[in-house]
Write a protein that binds this ligand. Structure first.
Ligand SMILES: NC(=O)c1ccc[n+]([C@@H]2O[C@H](COP(=O)([O-])OP(=O)(O)OC[C@H]3O[C@@H](n4cnc5c(N)ncnc54)[C@H](OP(=O)(O)O)[C@@H]3O)[C@@H](O)[C@H]2O)c1
Length: 231
């Protein structure tokens, strides 16, 4: 068994770069006696995007057996159940201890606060934790600064049509502040040790929660513009 700190820096294993395009936000300094520890990310991690059903579990087990100490997943990768099974197996077999793995997941656009419905972020994290068979995440990231009205992408035929154009049924708005507030509450509840964001541009960070009604083929906030699918 490897302690996380003991192994860090000596890994030469090849794997996908995790937490690409994300910023982990440092916990705020408080006056309480216990100041939360800053998050230190291992230099090598296993990225779980596009990792297929029937393969992702084996990849996780192989990675953890090989000394990987970071799993970068997301609800939108649609593989958290299998990742959770593999991680649970490795913990049960003492291949790793829970505290030796930095587990990252991401809150997808389907579960931002939507028009006053503040229940969605908590529901998303509850599902992610249940799927991963965990009590807490080490890092919970807001995947995009966008909220979708639809909570079920499959029900509307996915993000894109078969010809690759954005799905006109998708209704979205540019939103992150209210969702961030809910994420802070989840952190206070101990369900995520650290929070962060992904796919924020510098202009995004300077704007308030402006609404962008979805108009196909016109200017709008579309995740497809900067990435072919939700990475
Ligand atoms: N937060 C976000 O919005 C966001 C966005 C993008 C990515 N990510 C995270 O970053 C990860 C990597 O994404 P990426 O865009 O960097 O992917 P990428 O460019 O496709 O890189 C994947 C890496 O994994 C390696 N790889 C793929 N299959 C492999 C296999 N079977 N065995 C060993 N190595 C293999 C590739 O090696 P080769 O170069 O040799 O092919 C490459 O180095 C994702 O899985 C996800 O966790 C997050």
């Amino acid at each position: 068994m490897f302690g996380r700190r003991g192994l860090r820096g000596s890994l030469l294993l090849k794997g996908s770069l995790a937490v690409a395009g994300c910023a982990a936000l440092m916990p705020q300094h408080t006056h309480s006696a216990s100041v939360p520890e800053a998050l230190t990310l291992p230099q090598v991690g296993l990225g779980l995007w596009k990792s297929k059903p029937g393969e992702v579990g084996e990849a996780v087990k192989t990675a953890l057996r090989s000394g990987y100490q970071l799993l970068d997943g997301a609800a939108a990768y649609s593989n958290e159940i299998e990742v959770g099974q593999a991680l649970a197996e490795c913990i049960a077999q003492s291949i790793v201890m829970r505290d030796d793995v930095v587990v990252v997941s991401k809150l997808f656009n389907t579960h931002h606060v939507w028009q006053g419905d503040r229940s969605r972020p908590a529901a998303a994290l509850a599902k992610t934790l249940a799927d991963l068979q965990l009590e807490y995440l080490d890092l919970y990231l807001m995947h995009w600064p966008l909220a979708f009205e639809q909570t079920d992408m499959a029900a509307i035929g996915g993000l894109r049509l078969e010809n690759g154009t954005p799905n006109p049924k998708l209704v979205m708005e540019f939103e992150y502040l209210e969702t961030w507030r809910e994420m802070l509450a989840l952190k206070r509840q101990g369900k995520a040790r650290h929070l962060g964001v992904c796919n924020f541009t510098v202009p995004t960070r300077t704007l308030g929660p402006v609404r962008y009604p979805h108009v196909p083929d016109r200017r709008g906030a579309r995740p497809q513009i900067s990435s072919p699918s939700p990475a």
